[in-house]
Design a protein around this ligand. Sequence first.
Ligand code: FPP
Length: 230
Amino acid sequence: MDGNGRWAASRGMPRSYGHKAGVEAVRRAVRAAGEAGIRYLTVYAFSSENWSRPADEVRDLMGLMKFFVTRDLAELCANNVHIRVIGDRSGLSQDILGLIETAESRSRENTGLKLNIAFNYGSRDEITRAVGRLVERQVAAGAQAAPITEADISAQLDTAETPDPDLVIRTSGEMRLSNFLLWQAAYAEFVFLPCMWPDFDSQWLRTALDEYASRTRRFGGVTAAKDIAL
Ligand code: FPP
């Protein structure tokens, strides 16, 4: 969800104004994803590297997370959205942890869109934590330890209950992953949109989905001759 700061700066406003508008865009994205029949949506709200931002911006982003969960939980639940938060919880304050636990437990039985909020999330950190748990498991199993498989690693990631993404969308024209779902996005399609995140809406989602639909996915294989459009 990139471009909040630039969107605000282009209006002569502080970065916090862009992040606030970014929350509105999250609401639009969740609604539009549900309407488009998407079953899993993961939004990157705060990275493990975002702590290096100025203290007031970090405070604003923490505040927006609290605001979003407090203000939107009832409506998200009414719309059957299942919320999960991925990322390292050990660095989060007690009040945010409490809100995250409430959001997850209150929405647990919902069967609609699965909304993952990546918060204090970094893919390398997630993989490191997963490997640490696997090492503990291997040590405990001793001589009986089985070789580690890709499935073992996937099962230890924060996204264990979420299928790998088919499509990764990044706004603001930047073309990098910034430590997002590095393992899970191995065969994802990438769409980089020129819009700033606060301008994201159902039309931009449609643009990304149309682009996705035009791609041929090969997963390392080859395209069958019958599937090639001439
Ligand atoms: C990157 O844009 C955006 C972020 C680091 C924060 C994203 C957060 C939100 C959209 C609001 C919180 C969301 C939830 C779900 C509570 P940037 O600020 O780095 O933009 P810039 O590159 O233009 O400076």
